[in-house]
Write a protein that binds this ligand. Structure first.
Ligand SMILES: [Zn+2]
Length: 256
């Protein structure tokens, strides 16, 4: 770890010393987590799950955020990936999640259009609009906060469905606007400023509304959102200690 990061972590460790929250990745406990996220009027207006600026989100030590802790806990508590042999395709991963899924049972293939960013995982160059793997190659696909950047999202969804084995599932997280029926998409927007205003972030090409689920269904998936608060797969104390966001579901997409 770089020296300035060590000093920063020590300093914040002292300021945030406590035992109210706990990071599932590094095991450290704090009074609270750091704030994190993009301050975006669009995300606020449309009540976007999995995006935007929030308090009590980021681990002081390892940098994990609530959405990555949610996914690790999902894989640990709701799936068999740590118990049985699993071929997993992880697309442009969040590194905490990728590291959390390094286990003897899991063969993790990292696919990305930016291999230089993921050299520690021996990545495979991959455009998810055209995945270079045969049909039914993987038991699990994870694609978190990627599809909102991709031009032809419906093609990407069909490709993910195609490379999944029957009986497998994909976790397809996006920033999801809960106050928006229909996805906002406008190909004519050219500037960063326009995209930030409409989609919440300069590098997003749309802002998904609740019709995201219909798009996934159209691609062939059976979509079952899984929320630890409403489905009670963690007790209240643990939910609070991991500082998960009650409005964020794990978007689980099965190939039957
Ligand atoms: Zn941590």
């Amino acid at each position: 770890m770089r020296f300035d990061k060590v000093v920063r972590n020590k300093l914040f460790g002292l300021i945030f010393a406590g035992n109210a929250v706990e990071c599932v990745y590094c095991g450290k406990t704090y009074r609270k987590f750091l704030h994190e996220g993009v301050k975006s009027p669009a995300f606020k207006k449309y009540k976007v799950a999995g995006g935007g600026y929030k308090l009590n989100v980021q681990c002081v030590n390892c940098g994990s955020v609530d959405r990555s802790r949610l996914l690790y806990l999902f894989f640990q508590l709701r799936t068999n990936v740590f118990k049985q042999k699993t071929d997993l395709l992880h697309i442009s991963p969040n590194k905490e999640i990728a590291n959390g899924l390094i286990a003897p049972t899991i063969h993790q293939t990292v696919g990305t259009i930016e291999p230089e960013m993921y050299s520690e995982y021996q990545p495979v160059y991959m455009d998810i609009q055209e995945i270079k793997y045969p049909d039914q190659s993987f038991d699990v696909v994870i694609c978190c906060h990627v599809i909102e950047h991709v031009d032809d999202d419906e093609k990407a969804m069909r490709e993910i469905h195609r490379v999944l084995r029957k009986g497998g599932f994909a976790v397809l997280q996006v920033p999801l606007a809960l106050n928006l029926e229909k996805t906002i998409e406008d190909r004519t927007l050219k500037t960063d400023k326009e995209r930030k205003r409409m989609f919440g972030q300069v590098d997003h090409v749309r802002l998904y509304g609740l019709d995201y689920f219909e798009k996934l269904t159209k691609a062939g998936f059976r979509v079952v959102p899984d929320n630890p608060f409403t489905n009670k797969w963690m007790d209240e104390k643990s939910l609070k200690r991991q500082a998960l966001d009650p409005i964020e579901d794990v978007i689980v997409c099965f190939k039957d």
